[in-house]
Design a protein around this ligand. Structure first.
Ligand code: SF4
Length: 357
């Protein structure tokens, strides 16, 4: 029994492990809530290595809430280009304006006020309040769920209402009241580096003697998730128009994937179109109504772009035309070299890098 580690020793063990193993990252050892907020939003769906460079560029261009709020949304999206989940960038911009108007430009300190910011949920609010202000709010991200479910052998699905409550309770009980900032970062880093999803480093784990999952051989089973993600397929036929050295873009304004990014005119169908089907397609014919010469110059091979719940199947159809109609007035006409000024999806970017010469 002597060497059995008791529950209340866990925070100190994790903090000790953290101080020996933590990665040096630009958002570590700072207490600026603005920078912590930006880093947390970037890291929500992005790996640390990729997120690091985006964070540095973003902070360099928008070093304060004020500068972020004053920027155009297009520019904020441009700095986000390639990171995906663009609602994060739109919400950052919205929340920066919220802070300017509701809090006089000062980042709120109160947890419930932080929670009112656009795009900030309980995880991010807890991270900001604990990392920046050392307030006792326990963070629960994917890494923490995994560590807790294994340590305590909890089989309740982490994505169920009951699971969320149960884990929140344990996380709160475990939180180091003296040092919530360091403890929260420690358990997250422990999940990211030591207690990783597959093949965790149990042999060298300082918590092995109290780990239920290890004792019961459940390491590969925990944490449990109840919902299976259903993936839908969508089919995008992009029309890359060539007219007198210019082309055309439009803004995606609908509440949908890539909202407010720019793209070539799009015909969405239930499968990718052949040339024959294209000339029979109502939207294609409507786009080019009264245009006499329409040449299909090239069609790319089908491209697959995988998002969290969707697969976008796409092809880019280069179409050369001899004249314009009224429809084109609603599009942005520009030289190809100017496309770079607009925020576009990674899919568009890949096409532009490979096929536009
Ligand atoms: S023993 Fe293995 S499963 Fe348990 S906490 Fe340590 S790394 Fe995670």
């Amino acid at each position: 029994m002597d060497n059995l580690i008791v529950e209340n020793e866990i925070p100190d063990i994790l903090i000790k492990w953290y101080n020996q193993n933590k990665r040096e990252l630009p958002w570590r050892n700072i207490n600026d809530p603005y920078k912590i907020w930006i880093s947390e939003i970037i890291l929500q769906q992005t790996r640390v290595i990729q997120g690091r460079n985006y964070y540095l560029r973003f902070i360099e261009r928008f070093p304060s809430v004020k500068q972020l709020a004053e920027a155009e949304e297009d520019e904020v999206l441009k700095y986000w280009q390639g990171l995906g989940y663009y609602s994060r960038a739109r919400n950052l911009h919205k929340a920066a304006n919220q802070i300017m108007t509701q809090y006089d430009g000062n980042f709120p300190k109160d947890y419930s006020n932080v929670l009112t910011l656009s795009g900030v949920g309980v995880y991010t609010a807890a991270a900001i309040c604990s990392f920046a202000y050392n307030q006792p709010y326990a963070v629960l991200d994917g890494n923490v769920y995994r560590v807790l479910s294994r340590l305590f052998g909890i089989e309740t699905p982490i994505d169920s209402g009951a699971g969320k409550k149960e884990f929140q309770k344990i996380a709160g009980k475990l939180l180091s009241i003296e040092n919530p900032a360091e403890y929260n970062q420690a358990i997250m880093e422990f999940g990211a580096l030591q207690c990783v999803p597959s093949s965790p480093n149990c042999e060298n784990c300082p918590l092995i003697s109290m780990c239920k999952a290890f004792e019961l051989q459940l390491v590969n089973v925990l944490p449990v998730k109840s919902k299976k993600t259903t993936v839908t397929h969508r089919f995008f036929n992009y029309i890359f128009i060539q007219y007198n050295e210019t082309t055309f873009l439009q803004k995606r304004t609908a509440k949908d994937v890539w909202q407010n990014l720019y793209e070539f005119p799009l015909i969405e169908t239930d499968k990718l179109l052949t040339v024959t089907e294209l000339f029979q397609n109502e939207n294609f014919n409507s786009l080019f109504r009264d245009v006499n010469e329409i040449d299909i110059v090239q069609i790319t091979n089908p491209m697959k772009h995988v998002l969290s719940h969707r697969v976008i199947n796409a092809q880019f159809i280069s179409v050369s035309i001899s004249g314009l109609n009224e429809k084109f007035k609603s599009l942005i006409q520009l030289e190809k070299s100017e496309i770079d000024k607009y925020p576009v999806s990674r899919l568009m970017e890949i096409f532009l890098e490979n096929d536009m010469n």
